[in-house]
Design a protein around this ligand. Sequence first.
Ligand SMILES: *[C@@H]1O[C@H](CO)[C@@H](O)[C@H](O)[C@H]1NC(C)=O
Ligand SMILES: *[C@@H]1O[C@H](CO)[C@@H](O)[C@H](O)[C@H]1NC(C)=O
Ligand SMILES: *[C@@H]1O[C@H](CO)[C@@H](O)[C@H](O)[C@H]1NC(C)=O
Length: 315
Amino acid sequence: MSFRCFLALVPLVPAVFGATYNLADSIIGPQFLTKFSLQAIPDPTNGRVNYVDAATASAQNLTFASADRFIARADFNAVLSASGPGRNSFRLQSNALYGNGVQIFSINHMPEGCGTWPAVWSYAEPWPTPGEIDIVEGVNNQAPNQAALHTTPGCTMPATRDMTATATFNDCNTNVNGNSGCTALFTSSPRSFGPPFNTNGGGWFAVERTSQFIKIWFWERTDPNVPVGVRDGNSDVNTDNWGTPTALFPNTSCDIASHFADHHIIINLTFCGDWAGSVYPGTSGCPSTCVDFVNNNPAAFANAYFDFSFIKIYA
Ligand SMILES: *[C@@H]1O[C@H](CO)[C@@H](O)[C@H](O)[C@H]1NC(C)=O
Ligand SMILES: *[C@@H]1O[C@H](CO)[C@@H](O)[C@H](O)[C@H]1NC(C)=O
Ligand SMILES: *[C@@H]1O[C@H](CO)[C@@H](O)[C@H](O)[C@H]1NC(C)=O
């Protein structure tokens, strides 16, 4: 029995199923430098970072593209003056805006090191009216990954839902819980972040956005069950075949369409600041203080880099 037939017979089933999507944009190798822009802006989350422009990133080899790989890294040579700017790093923003559909990120390596706070996320200005979707995020090498939504008031998530991640905070409103957002911790995927992600060869993150839900999946590189369309970034993908999402954000008590608009994709790496810095002295197991460590130990950031195989966008 086809899925559509099933829906027709059981009209009250929640509309949480997937669909087939076609490739709309493909970002590989040098296209990361033409379809994204480096933004030399201050970090609003107070990181010990100096986001550089495209010319500086290229001159210092902080961005590097081959035909089929793209690397973006922090500086790992300079000892920093405590009174000067933070460690050189990157904030890449997609020139295009992307809305409902699917995004697949094939990532071979993500930044690691004490004090690092890498992220792959999407949003638009004026924040937070069009919403924010955090796909990859974490601090201080601490797996697993955490996904989150940040919204204007009136968007909450059911505590129990059909996903493999663990719901932690359930109010997406930026004004509550210190702007934690509504969060899903990838407890079922220990190799979804940091050093365990990297030693396993990385993996695929995928987002499906509709007016009824936002879903995020993670498959580690060695997962024999990664859908072939995801693995290869095929010309079309069918999310019906992707199984239970790692994180599910349904519209049950959140009107997704009014809390989320088209988004830029952001890939960035900051240090310390509001999250990585605040938890550094706690359970991170990292030495010294966060800012001193970032200032004085450049070699500790040799592995503070993203290595992407591709981003594929489907609509
Ligand atoms: C620039 O970075 C790339 C990727 O990490 C590396 O393969 C290459 O050798 C670097 N080039 C120089 C001149 O250091
Ligand atoms: C969620 O989406 C379904 C399907 O489109 C719709 O019927 C329902 O009204 C939506 N619920 C909310 C709370 O927006
Ligand atoms: C990325 O950049 C945004 C905006 O500049 C900032 O709010 C956020 O803290 C940064 N996050 C990371 C992980 O660098």
